[in-house]
Design a protein around this ligand. Structure first.
Ligand code: NAD
Length: 416
């Protein structure tokens, strides 16, 4: 158990309260048992040395003994999520976005003006050579994640990288190794993990309210939400994969985080492309160019059974397009020996004094800032511990890759 996990355990916890104002009691026995060694998956078999090697002041010691009063950030990519990166860094009083790289001059100019970014370039490599830039925040099409992040780490920058970490686990592993060797902060911005809902659910798990969590279902499924047919999102050579990489990554990451275990032993998956190739299921996300002649050669629905190293299981579903009741469902359900939970909205199920109870849980104040960019800067200032560890993102990438391999071969894929 990491120091932070231990501190979280020891911190006095406020009992969750149902929507009807009734406190949900936590059995001290269950809580104590859970705090013990038994069923402690908190390191998930994942080598977290990359996280514990992280020493916030190390970076600053390179140039001065005191942290600079302002941390200079360069954002690369000013598409749909790049704008969110720009807006989110603005929320930290010690962060300043000093430069933006964007290949589209129009999109770049519009974003630079809107967020008052003093320098705009089309070639991100210019920015990597600047000593006054401490952080590089990457909001690029998937195929550029690993090469640009690697170049930034090699240039000594701390890297905030949007998901998925890479388009294959081999490249993702290179990033983890580089960040570790250079002692730079590398974080994949799994923004959904930061939500108060997920943080509250994790606390319930850690406090033993669910007993032993042995199974989970997790999904992000949309009725008509292909980012945009004809953009880079729908081509393997630019995206690496379809809905599995795009939104399956969120559903999987938060589920494994809740279970406190990231390493899988075996994965069986199947992928489909029933809507995109027929020009159906289009959504409206993304700002990059559309070429109507470009092929749709990625998945628009996928399912997987993931067996974790501990023997526990996860059912993952991701879809950009499907005939279903809800236009968009993005949630997780945990099955424990004493109770179950599901969100959204966050609810607990368990036997109560008056029958089986299904209670709405009031969300706790988040322990980790829900703004991932603010959290990232706080980590650099030594005010927070990295919430999303590189080794966890690598483990998630391995599972996503295994889903594609399993779908291709028709066999279960065993992971080491
Ligand atoms: N965390 C989330 O919830 C979330 C949400 C959406 C997208 N994303 C991820 O963010 C990334 C970007 O997605 P998006 O929706 O912003 O895509 P987008 O197509 O809207 O934007 C990508 C931008 O990158 C620019 N670009 C491409 N090559 C470049 C280069 N070499 N240098 C500088 N700029 C370049 C494009 O011109 C475009 O403006 C993707 O990897 C996606 O998976 C994450």
């Amino acid at each position: 158990m990491s120091g932070a996990d231990m501190r979280n355990h020891l911190r006095a916890r406020r009992n969750p309260v149902s929507s009807r104002g009734r406190a949900l009691p936590v059995s001290p026995l269950v809580a104590r048992r859970h705090c013990g060694v038994r069923n402690d998956y908190s390191n998930g078999g994942v080598d977290r040395s990359d996280a514990s090697d992280w020493r916030p002041p190390a970076f600053f010691r390179m140039k001065s003994s005191r942290p600079p009063s302002l941390i200079n950030v360069a954002v690369i990519g000013a598409g749909a999520i790049g704008l969110d990166h720009l807006a989110s860094f603005k929320q930290h009083p010690s962060a300043r976005v000093v430069a933006l790289a964007e290949v589209s001059p129009e999109r770049g100019r519009e974003a630079a003006d809107r967020f008052n970014v003093p320098e705009l370039v089309t070639d991100y490599r210019v920015l990597l050579g600047r000593d006054d830039i401490h952080v590089v925040s990457i909001a690029l099409p998937n195929y550029l994640h690993a090469p640009v992040a690697l170049a930034a780490l090699k240039a000594g920058k701390h890297v905030m990288l949007d998901k998925p970490m890479a388009t294959n686990a081999r490249d993702a592993a290179k990033l983890v190794a580089e960040a570790k060797q250079r002692k730079r902060l590398l974080m994949v911005g799994q923004n959904i993990r930061f939500t108060p809902e997920v943080q509250t659910a994790r606390k319930l798990v850690q406090d033993g309210v669910l007993g032993d969590v042995y199974h989970a279902k997790t999904a992000w499924v949309r009725r008509s939400g292909i980012p945009r047919i004809g953009s880079w999102f729908t081509q393997t050579k630019f995206a690496g994969g379809g809905c599995t990489y795009d939104i399956g990554v969120h559903a999987l990451d938060r589920c494994l985080y809740l279970m406190g275990e990231f390493d899988a032993a075996a994965v069986s998956g199947q992928t489909y492309a029933q809507f995109g190739p027929r020009g159906r299921g289009d959504g409206s996300w993304g700002k990059s160019e559309i070429d109507p002649k470009r092929p749709f050669d990625v998945d628009d629905l996928s399912v997987a059974l993931i067996k974790l190293k501990s023997g526990r299981t996860v059912l993952l579903e991701a879809s950009w397009a499907a005939h279903q009741a809800e236009p968009d469902f993005n949630g997780t359900q945990l099955f424990g020996t004493e109770a179950g939970l599901v969100f959204p909205p966050l609810r607990l199920f368990r036997p109560g004094r008056h029958g089986y109870a299904n209670e709405l849980v009031t969300l706790d104040a988040p322990a980790v800032n829900p703004n991932r960019m603010v959290h990232f800067i706080d980590c650099l200032l030594g005010k927070a511990e990295p919430f999303v560890k590189p080794a966890e993102s690598l483990a998630v990438q391995k599972i996503l890759d295994a889903i594609y391999r399993s779908a291709k071969t028709g066999r279960e894929v065993r992971l080491k």
